[in-house]
Design a protein around this ligand. Structure first.
Ligand code: FES
Length: 334
């Protein structure tokens, strides 16, 4: 079945589920409509959050050559939007609804050199790229940053495969990644592909701009699931439509507004395309911008946001035990 974005949905049987690192499960699926997968691709998966189906995206870490089996790896985030909890509840033999692999993080072949940067579970988006660049004999470096070795999925396999092209930065060994140093060392003309927490990607984007490197050389995948603040419920109002909704901590504002029947525009649902942007008319809140669509300068005034990923958080610490969320946004939609 193809939906409005021409995505082909299909059923996939869960073949194996395995805990491969702290809080990370590798899930191997057998899709009913297999097709070969390219590096950087992901699948959308229908997951259940509080019993309601929502769509979450997961990178394809690796796959059989004919696509008959593909592996995802899912980190159960402490402040989960619900998808990872569901993905950690499934077992072998179950059936999921997934799309065929989708590409919005393509690897451009032919650059003089490459830096692949992964923060935490972001390794799932770049591991396949590294494997292909190795096979092609390209000049590449794989930089993998994580909290601790047990929390870094695939670290041993990557070390065995890539040897000293892998550079691991482990926080609890005092080896935290120096972003400015990394960007300063990027060779002229190189392309950098990254996937990781928004803080890491923001820091790289800033250092990249400061060094005056070509913006088209910086490519990233974000699944919009990590912000500056923990996700918590907030209230959103659209006075023009008489709508008021509480956005739960495990759903996006876009999902909450769709649930209320508001006709919303969206495409990537990952904070990349800007199609879901809404105008902020008033706010008793801070905005936790989680997109990579706006520049820092555009984010600063807090007058617009990408509602598929960005959230509101209380402007000051909450001191009452009031049931109603203290963070309130008043918005209008296009
Ligand atoms: S739908 Fe693309 S940024 Fe929100």
């Amino acid at each position: 079945m193809a939906d409005s974005h021409h995505q082909v949905w299909q059923r996939a049987v869960v073949v194996t589920v395995e805990e491969i690192a702290t809080g990370i499960r590798r899930i191997v699926l057998r899709p009913e409509l297999p097709r070969p997968t390219r590096p950087g691709e992901h699948v959308d998966v229908r997951v259940l959050v509080d019993g309601a189906p929502v769509v979450r995206s997961y990178s394809v870490v690796d796959a059989a050559a004919d696509g008959s089996e593909l592996a995802l790896s899912v980190f159960r985030t402490p402040a989960s939007r619900g998808g990872s909890v569901f993905m950690h509840s499934i077992g072998a033999g179950q059936t999921l609804e997934i799309t065929q692999p989708l590409q919005n993080f393509p690897l451009r072949i032919g650059a003089p050199s490459y830096v692949l940067l992964a923060g935490g579970i972001g390794i799932t988006a770049v591991a396949g790229m590294a494997a292909l660049l190795r096979r092609l004999g390209a000049d590449y470096r794989l930089v993998y940053a994580g909290r601790s070795r047990p929390a870094m999925a695939y670290l041993e396999e990557l070390a065995a495969l890539h040897g000293d092209r892998l550079q691991a930065h482990v926080d609890d060994e005092g080896g935290a990644l120096d972003v400015d140093g990394l960007v300063a060392g990027v060779p002229e003309g190189a392309e950098l592909y990254m996937c990781g927490p928004i803080r890491l990607m923001d820091a790289v984007r800033r250092a990249w701009a400061e060094r005056g490197l070509d913006r088209t050389g910086l490519r990233y995948e974000t699944f919009g699931n990590s912000g500056w603040f923990e996700a918590q419920p907030f209230l959103v109002r659209i006075p023009r439509l008489g709508v008021e909704a509480v956005v739960g901590s495990d759903e996006s504002m876009l999902e909450a507004l769709e649930r209320e029947g508001v006709d919303m525009m969206s495409d990537c649902r990952k904070g990349e395309c800007g199609l879901c942007q809404v105008k902020v008319l008033d706010r008793a809140a801070r905005i936790d911008h989680r997109d990579v669509f706006y520049s820092d300068r555009q984010k600063e005034p807090g007058t617009a946001m990408c509602c598929c990923v960005s959230r509101a958080v209380p402007a000051a610490p909450v001191t009452t035990s009031d049931e109603r969320p203290s963070a309130v946004l008043t918005i209008d939609v296009p």
